[in-house]
Design a protein around this ligand. Structure first.
Ligand code: COA
Length: 255
């Protein structure tokens, strides 16, 4: 499958999905969102997902403002649902997802990064939930995921004031995990992706699922859920292999 504004590249289990609308700083219009959704479906069997933006200035400069300017409540609701569906698909994907934040990550761009498990930023990255200055609020998960990741106080500054954070400030509050010079971003992301791709995939999926439940379940239910996931991994090839490799003092060969 090919799309005008999204590309999907695969290499050794790593699927890299690039938003490619450089004339609009990779803003997400409806067509791009539909293509993004299809690309994620097509990457179903990937061991790791990487999301980035084309060019050197922008990751994703948000939802498309030209499109949003023209729509009313019903269409806005449908656009919100589309975004939520896609970002939830990333969040609940078996494979861990990495956002390679290579510039502006505003509005929906910041929300795309928030739906990922890891965020690696280049030094020129600037992140913000800037919707307030457009007369709206974050509509693709920003009010919920941002607060859970960086805490209420920082989220309030970003969402209510539209405060933008440069890469180092974003790292200080935990909004990004790592900051690297722009020329090193691809290498840094690729190293992280390769490390993840070598992990036992079912255990990795279970770990991601369990961590996601922290925000969904009360502690008692989460602890029970963890036990079921944990015991469910026994008998899998990777559990047997991982433990045998340890005992035999060799590197494991996971599926
Ligand atoms: N939607 C649609 N088009 C966008 C866009 C968006 N979210 N962000 C940028 N663009 C377009 C601009 O309209 C411009 O198009 P043009 O060349 O046809 O005029 C092009 O991308 C370049 O943007 P420009 O504003 O000229 O670049 P800049 O370097 O001066 O500023 C930003 C970059 C990111 C600071 C600025 O574009 C911006 O604030 N964008 C909106 C970000 C935002 O609020 N996103 C949240 C949306 S919910």
């Amino acid at each position: 499958m090919s799309w005008d504004t999204i590309s999907l590249e695969r290499s050794d289990g790593v699927a890299t999905i690039t938003v490619d609308r450089p004339d609009s700083l990779n803003a997400l219009n409806r067509g791009t969102m539909l293509a993004l959704s299809e690309a994620i479906e097509e990457a179903e069997n990937a061991r790791v997902l990487v999301f980035t933006g084309a060019g050197e200035d922008s990751f994703v400069a948000g939802a498309d403002i030209g499109f949003m300017q023209e729509i009313g409540t019903d269409e806005a609701q449908a656009y919100a649902e589309l975004g939520h569906e896609i970002f939830r698909a990333i969040e609940t994907h078996d494979a861990p997802a990495i956002a390679a934040v290579n510039g502006y990550a505003f509005g929906g761009g910041c929300e795309l990064a928030l739906a990922c498990d890891f965020r690696v930023a280049s030094e020129n990255a600037l992140l913000g939930q800037t919707e307030i200055d457009l007369g709206i609020v974050p509509g693709w998960g920003g009010t919920q995921r941002l607060s859970r990741l960086v805490g209420d106080a920082v989220a309030r500054r970003m969402v209510l004031l539209g405060e933008r954070l440069d890469a180092d400030s974003a790292a200080e509050v935990g909004l990004v995990d790592e900051v690297v010079p722009q020329e090193d971003l691809e290498r840094a992301v690729s190293e992280l992706a390769d490390e993840l791709a070598e992990k036992p995939r079912f255990a990795l999926a279970a770990a991601k699922e369990a961590l996601n439940q922290v925000h969904e379940m009360p502690l008692s239910a989460g602890l029970e859920y963890e036990q079921r996931l944990w015991s469910g991994l026994f008998g899998t090839h990777d559990q047997r292999e991982g433990m045998a490799a340890f005992v035999e003092k060799r590197d494991p060969e996971f599926e």
